[in-house]
Design a protein around this ligand. Structure first.
Ligand SMILES: Nc1ncnc2c1ncn2[C@@H]1O[C@H](COP(=O)(O)OP(=O)(O)OP(=O)(O)O)[C@@H](O)[C@H]1O
Ligand SMILES: [Mg+2]
Length: 620
């Protein structure tokens, strides 16, 4: 059997955006799973111990490697997947840089067992700190079994930089899901510390979505399927009613590669506009198949960002395809799959990708930034690509995704500049003077104070009160808990289960007595006294959703996000009738808060109407 791995010539190696391949256990998971897929495996098993810090192991039944290739695979720029610069524009495999195994071997202890079809013995190699410790023949079945042990054992500073096990495991699950979702016809499993977390039988895409995201989607997804000469789009989107407060369940794959693209996400969101509430996110799992020469995946070391030859066309296709799917299932009344004629006639659709274009792509500043800056071992987490999507949007005169969302938040943060200036002091002297309150529209409470009267927003007020109460609980002031008479079971999608485990210690202090029950199930034994009996499950689910919503905002700590999510979730909503006693308690609690005039997110809690100003308005 011939060997297949070659060293890339230096000029090609230098053009590849290699960057820092292994940053955490999840990066190794991604690389090893992708190698197994590229090797044509039909069964791929992932094992992790200690959230991958102690062990990341992938066993596949793919084509294996010869003895020479096994040894070669750890060399930098050693790959069987491309040979020349042209190949960079026709990539059909997940890998192409010949970097991953070399990087892994540089920061961990690695054991590789591999056997090629038709060979009698396999090869066993132990490598540590890039040095081969042992190489010998081994008897085994066809395929590859590779273990990465003690990541960063030789770079303690980086090891210390890793996050908690719960957090690293969650990232592993994310990477696992991205690969497993892209290849539903392959078997995947994930076992963490000896416990099988995922067991995904071979099937079709719909089955895979349900295996991963949960059964509640089974009757609630709509298939998207459009084929054109330029590209195909297929996959599923959730019906509008399944939209959630979180962006979690959104997947885009281009030629089976998971990508992050605010731009394409915007296209889907546009197709859903008016059908879902703002601030909510529909599920989607969409695949774009396109001639690889029409894109450049070599723009980012993790390959999760790509550059399309013509983004506008892709945008229009994605948006129309999703609209069309929603219309066909009469989820929306309009049918709108006519492509803009200017796009149909545009050069990119009708003309092949010429060598000039290829040259101009590789000569672009974007390409150069990447190829120069992100060489192997260049460690810089703030890559220039952060602004890539912004530039795209600018070039195409598009609004950034969720402009309202971001604008709202900015406004909240700069709230002091607005008309509520004088209510900005942390503690105000606006306190009501009498205990007679009037509830208006089941949403506001009017109360007289020294200067005139204040109008309190009941939900915002309660959010502030709960936020301070929860903050105190975390610093040791116990919270009132009710034990459930009948413990409630709660089943979660695997990724949510991992998240819940991460939050359990804090949730416990905050009054949720929840215990893992195995198999992504939990039992709620008790909940904060404020939560109405029977609502424990619902309220916990909503907290998770809200938390994931906040999760996009990296400026908050995990605890802060949890506190805010819980305060928001448990606050009495506008539209709830309040008795005199309840209003009294609410106002008293509010004016005992450290800050009483804004919610944790900066929304006003009350407005003051001064007698003098009111008189003036009446011409007095
Ligand atoms: N599980 C596997 N089964 C068979 N061959 C493998 C396996 N893993 C790696 N190889 C071989 O080792 C080579 C090097 O792997 P490595 O992941 O380092 O690079 P790559 O996949 O070519 O590119 P990239 O760095 O983009 O992942 C691959 O090109 C492939 O030939
Ligand atoms: Mg690889």
């Amino acid at each position: 059997m011939p060997d297949i791995i070659n060293l890339l010539p230096e000029n090609i190696a230098n053009q590849i955006a290699a960057g820092e391949v292994i940053q955490r256990p999840a990066s190794a998971v991604k690389e090893l799973l992708e190698n197994a897929v590229d090797a044509g495996a039909t069964e791929i098993k992932l094992f992790v111990n200690d959230a991958g810090k102690a062990l990341v192991q992938v066993i596949d039944n793919g084509k294996g490697m010869s003895e020479t290739d096994a040894r070669m695979s750890f060399e930098r720029h050693a790959t069987s997947k491309i040979k020349n610069i042209d190949d960079l524009f026709h990539i059909k495999t997940m890998g192409f840089r010949g970097e991953a195994l070399a990087s892994i071997a540089g920061v961990a202890q690695v054991e590789l067992k591999t056997k090629k079809a038709g060979e009698t013995v396999g090869t066993y190699i132990e490598i540590e700190n890039s040095v081969v410790k042992l190489q010998q023949p081994i008897a085994m079945n066809e395929g590859t079994n590779i273990s990465m042990k003690n990541l960063f054992f030789n770079v303690p500073a980086r090891r210390n930089f890793l996050k908690s096990n719960a957090s690293e495991l969650r990232q592993i699950v994310d990477e696992f899901i991205r690969v497993a979702m892209a290849f539903p016809s392959l078997f995947f499993s994930l076992t963490s510390n000896g416990q099988e977390v995922f067991h995904l039988e071979k099937g079709n895409l719909k089955q895979r979505i349900i295996q991963i995201l949960g059964n509640n989607y089974s009757a609630k997804i709509v298939s998207v399927n459009e084929e054109t000469d330029y590209m195909n789009i297929y996959g599923f989107v959730g019906k509008p009613e399944t939209a959630k407060k979180t962006r979690g369940d959104q997947y885009f794959f281009v030629n089976n590669r998971f990508i992050k693209s605010a731009y394409l996400n915007h296209a889907v969101m546009n197709a859903f506009s008016e059908m879902i509430p703002k601030d909510s996110f529909p599920m989607y799992t969409l695949f774009i198949d396109i001639d690889p020469s029409r894109l450049d995946i070599n723009v980012h070391p993790t390959k999760q960002e790509i550059k399309f030859e013509d983004e506008k066309i892709i945008y229009a296709f994605v948006q129309s395809a999703v609209k069309h799917a929603l219309a066909q299932y009469s989820v929306t009344p309009t049918l709108d799959f006519e492509l803009d004629p200017s796009i149909q006639q545009s050069e990119a659709v009708s003309q092949p990708f010429t060598s000039e274009k290829q040259f101009s792509a590789t000569g672009s500043s974007l390409y150069n930034t990447f190829t120069k800056k992100n060489q192997a071992h260049f460690i810089d987490s703030k890559s220039d690509l952060g602004t890539w999507n912004d530039n795209l949007l600018k070039q195409n005169n598009l609004e950034p995704p969720f402009p309202k969302d971001i604008k709202d938040r900015m406004e909240q943060e700069n709230f002091s500049s607005a008309s509520f200036k004088n209510s900005q002091q942390a503690k105000t002297n606006k306190k009501p003077v009498s205990e007679e309150y009037l509830q208006i529209q089941k949403s506001f409470i009017a109360a007289e104070n020294e200067n005139g009267f204040i109008l309190i927003h009941q939900q915002n007020a309660h959010e502030r009160i709960l936020y301070e109460r929860f903050t105190e609980a975390l610093t040791g002031k116990p919270i009132a808990i009710q034990r459930s008479l009948f413990p409630t079971a709660i089943d979660l999608a695997p990724a949510d289960a991992v998240l819940l485990v991460e939050l359990l210690p804090d949730l416990n202090i905050l009054g949720y007595q929840v215990e893992p029950f195995g198999n992504n199930s939990f039992v709620i034994q008790g909940s904060p006294a404020d939560v109405a009996d029977g609502n424990e499950k619902d309220s916990l689910e909503k907290i998770l959703e809200q938390y994931k919503h906040f999760n996009m905002d990296i400026s908050f700590s995990k605890r802060e996000k949890l506190l805010r999510s819980m305060a928001w979730q448990q606050s009495i909503k506008a539209g709830t009738f309040l008795s005199d006693k309840e209003m009294e308690a609410l106002v008293e609690d509010l004016f005992n808060c450290n800050v009483n005039n804004t919610t944790p997110n900066g929304k006003p809690v009350f407005l003051e109407f001064k007698k003098d100003e009111l008189s003036k308005m009446f011409g007095r």
